[in-house]
Design a protein around this ligand. Sequence first.
Ligand SMILES: [Zn+2]
Length: 508
Amino acid sequence: MSRFYLTTAIDYSNGDPHIGHAYEKVGADVIARFHRLAGEDVHYVIGMDEHGQKVAQEAAAQGRPPQELVDDLAARFQTVWDRLSISHDDFIRTTEPRHRQAVQALVRKIRDAGDLYRDRYEGYYCTGCEAFKREPELEEGRCPIHPSREIAWTEEENWFFRLSAYRDRLIEHIEAHPEFIEPESRRNEILRLLEGGLEDISASRSRVPWGVPFPDEEGHTVYVWFDALPNYISAIGFPGDEFHTWWPAGLHVIGKDITRFHCVIWPAMLLSAGLELPRTVWGHGFVKIGGGKLSKSEARLLDLDQLIDRHGPDAFRYFLLREIPWDRDRDFPSVDAFLKQFDERYNADLANDLGNLLNRTVSMSRKYRDGIVRRFADTELDAQIEGALDVYEKAMADGRLHEGLDAAMSIVRAANGFIDTEQPWKLAREPESQERLDDVLAALVRGLGTTALMLEPFIPGKAVEMWQRLGGSDLPLLSGLSEGIPTTVPERWDTVLFPRVDLDDRQA
Ligand SMILES: [Zn+2]
């Protein structure tokens, strides 16, 4: 069985989970679930980045020990991931002993390779980015990503990593393996950055006690990025032998703002330690609302628990992946526009198109055939189902999740059109059309069964429910789909799959 190791960025412990975190976890979860449907052995890891100056400062401001702060936040994130049916196999936290051991082992390997040296650092540090900033990176003396933060002048004696030595090997690797950085726009940004040259970076901090102790160097901790990136190997048992079961990773899913860390610093660390590079780093785009600046009251309207409660967790997953292409940004003009679009999409796609189709199919199968599915010949709909499945498999394997989702919903649209043209209620009254009626009903059951499987990565709970409403039990793998389609449709359930909401009654 082929193995697929998938990770997301670990979330920084400096605030509650928000919609951006959810988009990344859900998108990666869709990929994990698709690979499982394809029959692969998948290992999906998410987690928390819990060290660094910003966490220490926040804990101090709250008058609490930092460990207590990060324990609280980790629990809050995990509760949301459970609500959203994120199917991760492990949750790595950088304050865990297994992580500390892995980071220290990796630092020792890099030092043994001759890539660490002591030097004095003088320059700016943005605690927002947890990154050192060069003068040209600042705008009016401030970090352009965190213009409200004071930027700190820092002077300390640190260990430095010889990042500059890896520039040519990184360029070579990216050019020989274009799939290493996806989508292409991200690859081009990184190549431009590498062509401009690289400077060595700090690997330790001497004034930030909240971190992994730097090996054999009293008073130093590992710089927070140097500590965070190895979570991808600490989670799978590095430096133990079991690490080789999953490494190299098939895919690191990250936000496009941290590609430099994942496509330059991380691979350079791995090269230095003599470890293989991940196959692909995917820098997804962002959900933006009103250009990105939200007031506190607007942000409250986008509280994740409220968004999940609005139409249920599956509907929220569907909406995120339907509206925000996995390879680009999506900007909503306002919070109201976002919520309005969510409500409309829910009613149109899920309650009407999908939910009604399921109801009509089950009702007609029961009414005209007592639920027995019989097939004499293929219909036009069967050909459309096959075509959509092909498009789906290619799009999903390439990370074009929005196109995969659209392929699944194209079956729903085709099936609704098919009912309008075929008019099964008319066929039922014509003695000469009885076999055609069987074929039409069988095609509809097949269309919905196929759609349920294709939608499982996106709406896992409702997809299983769809399958059961058609008379199936466990969802099959993609390879077992054609033999697995249910053949006896049970009585209609007395609830509907997605209850329609009355939009006039709703306040945004
Ligand atoms: Zn910053």
